[in-house]
Design a protein around this ligand. Structure first.
Ligand SMILES: Cc1cc2nc3c(=O)[nH]c(=O)nc-3n(C[C@H](O)[C@H](O)[C@H](O)COP(=O)(O)O)c2cc1C
Length: 398
């Protein structure tokens, strides 16, 4: 697939993966993107998952009859596991990557390719020269790849790469999403990109902000990530950057309330349904709700970060918090959840303790505020429960 005269797509689509990174459901499959950049010399940008090494090497061979470099921006095996196959197929090609990445290569392949490695760091460049195709507009701008450090977005060795000639940012895992490229995503970019961001990168907001500041100094015509579609219109580039600015700052993307609940016998669920009705009746701009035991946990994690207000409803479980709720809160904690207003609904047949338990689990996180009203059910919903839900709704919406 041609991206520009000199940049070709050589990635692959994966519809066989059961769980991406061992835990994420990917109903639309997954793409492992890889690109060929053609100057006088030719660089391949990253590899693919081991299961697709042969297909990738065939794609490269179709795209170019010479390869001088493999640029390894990220060592996670969904991209890097095919490095050894590449090294065998192109014995004269150099491997270009950061110092920490070569350490990881030794860990994976038993070699750091010492005789053919080019170690790069922030600000270093690799001049590929000018391909013939460049002269089509008479400018003949050489493809100079500039490397930009992106440590901990989301592994320590990560670099991203800017090509001056085409104004392309090769963004490693940044701006990526779940989903193969041969399947249209009916929800557009945002949903699966948000689930990807908060599932995988969420903890590293500060590092993403640092990278976005560096990217702001570049004139970007195109973003080529390692997963998901290429962003090549000014509108799409502005949109994905805006979303990343909000997400990495733990900002509120959508005004509204997300209600996350668990319920063993349905009474807490009934209270949650009533609560959502009350919120809507009071004019809440958006009410989202999820059963943590039955819906994809990572959908709930992204919604926890998407909305500015969160209500957690659960049952007391052996004097503590129901396990799926505890798991959810721990997921939020691991991703440094912050800047949110939180309310609690609890159920307990003889000694309700879930609200206190949930608040304790959230201790230590920055800038969380808690509603004073806690709704407590002892079994089923009563008239006084409805009044308490009304009060909590007023407080969370205030
Ligand atoms: C395994 C188990 C342990 C429970 N432990 C407690 C407890 O320690 N204290 C309490 O008050 N209720 C306890 N309960 C009752 C629940 O908190 C809750 O009242 C009940 O599940 C009703 O809510 P639901 O219909 O939404 O499931 C327990 C229930 C189960 C199934």
């Amino acid at each position: 697939m041609k991206i520009t005269d000199d940049i070709l797509y050589v990635g692959v689509n994966d519809h066989d993966v059961d769980l991406f990174e061992g835990q994420f459901e990917v109903p639309l499959g997954m793409a492992y993107n890889s690109y060929v950049v053609k100057g006088r010399e030719v660089a391949v940008m990253d590899g693919v998952d081991a299961r697709f090494a042969d297909e990738w090497l065939k794609n490269i061979a179709v795209a170019t009859d010479r390869v001088d470099y493999l640029v390894v921006q990220h060592m996670e095996p969904d991209h890097s596991a095919s490095i050894a196959a590449f090294a065998a197929a192109y014995p004269a090609a150099k491997i270009v990557s950061s110092m920490p990445a070569f350490g990881m290569m030794k860990n994976y392949f038993g070699t750091d390719f010492a005789d053919r490695r080019v170690v790069v760091k922030e600000g270093d460049t690799l001049d590929l020269g000018t391909a013939k195709a460049d002269s089509s507009d008479g400018t003949c701008v050489p493809h100079v790849l500039t490397f930009v450090g992106a440590s901990m977005v989301h592994w320590p060795e990560v670099i991203v790469t800017y090509d001056t000639a085409s104004k392309t940012l090769f963004s490693a895992d940044g701006f990526g999403k779940f989903g193969a490229l041969d399947r249209e995503d009916p929800e557009g970019w945002d949903c699966e990109a948000r689930r990807y961001y908060f599932g995988i990168v969420g903890k590293f907001g500060a590092q993403v902000q640092t990278l976005l500041k560096k990217a702001a100094t570049l004139d970007i015509a195109r973003i080529c990530p390692l997963h998901g579609p290429i962003h090549d219109t000014p509108e799409m580039i502005a949109h994905v950057v805006k979303q990343y600015l909000t997400w990495s700052a733990y900002g509120v993307e959508t005004e509204g309330v997300f209600v996350a609940y668990t319920s063993v016998y349905g009474h807490t669920k009934a209270a949650v349904e009533k609560f959502c009705e009350i919120l809507k009746a009071k004019g809440c701009p958006k009410v989202a709700c999820a059963d943590l035991a039955r819906e994809d946990m990572y959908e709930s994690i992204e919604d926890g970060f998407r909305y500015g207000k969160l209500v957690l409803a659960t049952t007391t479980y052996n004097t503590g918090v129901f396990p799926k709720m505890e798991e959810y809160i721990n997921h939020l904690k691991r991703r440094l959840y912050k800047n949110r207003k939180i309310g609690f609904i609890e159920n307990g047949t003889w000694a309700p303790m879930a609200a206190k338990g949930m608040q304790k689990l959230l201790e230590g996180l920055e800038n969380l505020s808690f509603c004073e009203s806690v709704v407590t059910l002892k079994g089923s919903m009563k008239d006084e429960t409805v009044s308490a839900l009304e009060k909590l709704a007023d407080e969370i919406l205030a």
